[in-house]
Design a protein around this ligand. Structure first.
Ligand code: ASP
Length: 336
């Protein structure tokens, strides 16, 4: 079998940073450092071509336009490579991985997103391990989806969330099994992987940065804050509810406000503040009124997947009614 050829897209993040007097910032010679590392393993690793962005960013600055750029870069090089590795900051990695999964529907090759908690050149860095493992997995014919490879785990990208700022195990998929555990050998969890589709069905619309706002309920949240947010006429609001999708209903004004916004075309989505579990609006009397107010439950989707999917559906030009319907339809393994 010929040696696989992987496209490595470097977008920024801690993986390519070095310490400066102002704190971590992108190192100027990352491409050279990376190619020395990968080159030192010779033919033991898949061949790769590095596509390094000349303006690498800290992923805290990423916007949907950055997702669009990465998605389009993969699509443009799709036939040149057997798989892709995207090097990305960890802070918003789960958002980017989710968005890539919606853009690159019907993917027949691996797109493995990775980064590190400690920069490549720093002592005890996890970067080499993550990048080399990602490169190997990107050559696997068994994987045909967007996944995050981090700290010996392969995770579905649109199920992932950053769970730790300090542990090497920065990511997890609380509502989905790991796609692989990587010990001495990678052990793929075949029943959890997406089956290889017949053909690609990429959707690469212009991401116009729809106004999708988060509203996290906290005890005693002043309703005037909700009112101010809804006055912006957002295209969607993700309601970060309690437990199985509960929101305070002692003051009927909240539900009245939500119902009005929904009738005027704002898509309201209920997500749970819990990491694990599924939203069931109406399990409790407090919250039952949300269905009547037009709120859609996000089922077991991650917060990042909900946000990215809303941006994607609006970018496709869907109406509020279409977005409400499509949001909970499984596209690429993001919802059970
Ligand atoms: N702030 C960094 C980023 O997201 C953190 C990281 O890469 O781990 O780009």
């Amino acid at each position: 079998m010929s040696r696989k050829h992987i496209g490595v897209i470097y977008t920024g993040g801690t993986v390519g940073m070095a310490m400066t007097p102002q704190g971590y910032a992108p190192m100027p010679d990352f491409a050279a450092v990376l190619s020395r590392l990968l080159g030192s393993h010779g033919e033991l690793l898949p061949r790769h071509t590095l596509h390094a962005y000349d303006d690498p960013i800290d992923s805290t600055n990423a916007t949907p336009l950055d997702w669009q750029r990465i998605g389009r870069d993969i699509a443009a090089r799709y036939h040149d490579h057997d798989g892709f590795v995207v090097l990305h900051g960890t802070d918003t990695m789960a958002y980017t991985a989710s968005a890539l999964s919606f853009m690159l529907q019907g993917l027949r090759k691996p797109v493995i997103v990775t980064g590190s908690q400690i920069p490549l050149g720093a002592p005890r860095s996890d970067a080499a391990q993550n990048v080399i493992t990602a490169l190997q997995l990107a050559a696997s014919e068994a994987i045909s989806e967007v996944a995050i490879c981090f700290a010996g785990r392969l995770l579905r990208g649109n199920r992932a969330t950053k769970v730790s700022a300090s542990r090497m195990e920065a990511f997890d998929t609380p509502n989905y099994p790991h796609l692989a555990e990587i010990g001495i050998e990678p052990r793929l969890n075949a029943s959890a992987l997406l089956p290889k589709p017949e053909r690609e069905n990429f959707q690469l619309p212009d991401y116009a940065e729809a106004l999708v706002l988060p509203l996290r309920f906290v005890p005693g949240l002043p309703l005037r804050a909700v009112e101010a947010m809804l006055a912006l006429k957002p295209q969607a609001v993700i309601l970060e509810c309690y437990g199985s999708g509960n929101a305070p209903d002692r003051d009927p004004a909240l539900l009245q406000m939500l119902a009005r916004a929904s009738a005027e075309g704002t898509v309201l989505v209920a997500r749970s503040q819990c990491l694990h579990g599924e939203v069931h609006i109406g399990t409790y009397a407090a919250g039952a009124g949300m269905t009547a107010a037009g709120v859609v439950g996000a089922r077991d989707m991650s917060y990042e997947a909900v946000f990215a999917k809303l941006q994607h559906l609006f970018a496709l030009g869907m109406t509020a009614g279409e977005v409400r319907r499509e949001l909970v339809r499984d596209v690429c393994g993001e919802v059970s």
